[in-house]
Write a protein that binds this ligand. Structure first.
Ligand SMILES: Cc1cc2nc3c(=O)[nH]c(=O)nc-3n(C[C@H](O)[C@H](O)[C@H](O)COP(=O)(O)OP(=O)(O)OC[C@H]3O[C@@H](n4cnc5c(N)ncnc54)[C@H](O)[C@@H]3O)c2cc1C
Length: 510
């Protein structure tokens, strides 16, 4: 019997990256995916013949993909075409002001000086220094490492790292900390929004999430063919290395035999024997027993608080009134109410911040030409309940597009130019999530230690994806896929005939 059969459940970012790494090592890898294409949350919707990226749109941390693809003998350049963006995002406020954050921090500083004064520009410079230090401190022990224990994490940080965290006041919320960094409330609001990148509220997230600002300042890229093009490219690499993809194949149950993984049962009735399984769906699905009672115990029984969901519109229509860049954010004058509505009242925000991704930009477009737009407002992850009814959705849609019009952007969703996606829809696609798009919320400074890691108490079962360490977002989920592959390879080296001394993603088997 082969010891090297691996089934990966889910072709999301985590699953794809595990598949690349393991197939490259010569393992027999089968990826079973419930939907008809790779990518998971990375997906597009078609409106009037145009394919609109309707999941993640901001591509950061390209080094994650450089490292992965290099480790299997190829490169990002060879597999996809990506272009760095000069403007990271364009921000609009109800007072009529507007600010571009640029890839070049000096340009941002000059823009802030002209917009809010020299003192605030100096604060921005200090902020950049802090986020750089913070990122450098946390990249190793938190982002690159297998899930750390609190003690292990402190040990790895060392004296210097602990000093950086102490200066920051890690017990502070992101919102509190930003109040110390900036005096212009608009900048506080702008940088607080980074908490939503991992589906969390700035009022409840730890100040350490400031490092997401650094991630963006290190570069944002656009991908030819959209983010979906990137998922397809990764699936192609995995396929070339020998992984077999089975789309429209939902795994119904992961079977345990004699205390270890024995294989997976598909909805079709077919059984795929495997000694090792990587589960790339939401960890909550295991907890809720959607993959069978055998594997419920793979994750802790207590359900952590869910991250944000979203209400989105994929549109193909002219955008008139203001000059959009690729990534655009339209703020409200009150910010706290959005998160109170979502996290405390579990309802759609009455005053939503609106993100608009103009996917044909930054290239200039002729006036009146239809373009591909993706609009998103944050929403509570209650897609598995009745809290969000049609009336609430319509009301939120009215508030959203009214807000855009007040800030100068004239967009009117109609049945023919747009497709709406709700928390309920996301819950259907990502079972057990309630529509949460980023796993558990990063609320409280210890939350990073409560995400499951890549290994589970069940022999042969591993986890990858945004609901496990190091957390959500395309590059982080990709990293989790590598961590799962590494853990799997390490176990194989210990228990089987797998050649000792084989190298794996920079790690040598014992
Ligand atoms: C609207 C939106 C906007 C976002 N914006 C950004 C952004 O700008 N930048 C960023 O970095 N991140 C963003 N994210 C988050 C990012 O997309 C995710 O964190 C990341 O893609 C999650 O990857 P994953 O590995 O967890 O897999 P997922 O994308 O969750 O995919 C899991 C896959 O597993 C499959 N699956 C689950 N259960 C089964 C089963 N039983 N049998 C077979 N298949 C199964 C599912 O069909 C799915 O394809 C956004 C997400 C959304 C939805």
């Amino acid at each position: 019997m082969s010891e090297h059969r691996v089934v990966i459940v889910g072709a999301g970012m985590g699953g794809l990256c595990s598949a690349i790494a393991l197939a490259h090592q010569g393992l027999e890898v089968t990826v079973v995916e419930a939907s008809g294409a790779p990518g998971g949350k990375v997906h597009s919707r078609e409106v009037n013949g145009a394919h609109i990226d309707s999941g993640p749109t901001v591509f950061t941390m390209r080094w994650v993909f450089d490292d992965l693809l290099r480790s299997v003998g190829t490169s990002v350049e060879a597999e996809m075409r990506i272009t760095p963006l000069q403007v990271l995002a364009r921000h609009f406020w109800p007072d009529g002001s507007q600010l571009d954050l640029s890839a070049d921090a000096r340009e941002s500083e000059a823009a802030i000086a002209a917009w809010s004064g020299g003192e605030e520009a100096r604060r921005f410079r200090d902020f950049c220094k802090t986020t750089r230090q913070l990122y450098a401190t946390l990249e190793g022990p938190m982002i690159r490492a297998q899930r750390p224990s609190m003690g292990g994490f402190m040990g790895e940080l060392g004296f210097k790292g602990l000093g950086v965290l102490a200066q920051l006041g890690p017990m502070r919320s992101l919102w509190q900390q930003l109040g110390h960094q900036f005096s212009d409330p608009r900048l506080r609001q702008l940088f607080a929004r980074y908490a939503t990148y991992c589906g969390s509220s700035p009022w409840q997230s730890p100040a350490t999430l400031m490092l997401i600002a650094q991630v963006e300042m290190d570069g944002v890229w656009s991908v030819e063919g959209g983010m979906v093009g990137m998922a397809q490219a990764l699936a192609r690499v995995a396929h070339r290395r020998g992984a077999v993809f089975r789309y429209n194949s939902r795994c119904q149950r992961i079977e345990m035999r004699q205390g270890r993984v024995g294989g997976v049962h598909l909805e079709s009735g077919e059984f795929l024997p495997a000694e090792r399984v990587i589960f790339n769906g939401d960890a909550a699905a295991l907890r809720q027993g959607l993959l069978g009672d055998d594997v419920r115990r793979a994750v802790p029984t207590d359900a952590p608080p869910r991250s944000l969901s979203a209400l989105t519109w994929s549109m193909n229509t002219p955008a008139e009134g203001v000059a959009l860049d690729r990534h655009n954010v339209f703020f409200q004058s009150t910010y706290a109410s959005e998160f109170e509505d979502i996290f405390e009242r579990q309802r759609l925000p009455e005053q939503p911040t609106v993100y608009v991704c103009a996917q044909d930009r930054p290239a200039p477009l002729p006036n009146g030409q239809a373009e591909r737009l993706f609009c998103l407002v944050n929403a509570p992850a209650c897609g598995d309940g009745n809290a969000i009814n049609e009336e609430a959705l319509e009301q939120c849609q009215t508030h959203t597009f009214q807000h855009l019009r007040q800030l100068g952007l004239n967009l009117r969703p109609t049945a023919s130019n747009s497709l709406r996606t709700t928390p309920w829809d996301f819950h259907q696609r990502f079972p057990a999530s309630g529509g949460a798009l980023y796993g558990q919320a990063t609320h409280g400074w210890t939350s990073i230690f409560s995400r499951p890691g890549s290994t589970t108490p069940l022999q042969g079962l591993y986890l990858a994806g945004g609901s496990v360490h190091p957390g959500p977002g395309v590059p982080m989920a990709a990293l989790s896929g590598r961590r799962a592959a590494e853990a799997l390879m390490a176990s194989l080296a210990l228990t089987s005939t797998y050649p000792r001394g084989a190298t794996f993603g920079g790690m040598s088997t014992p």
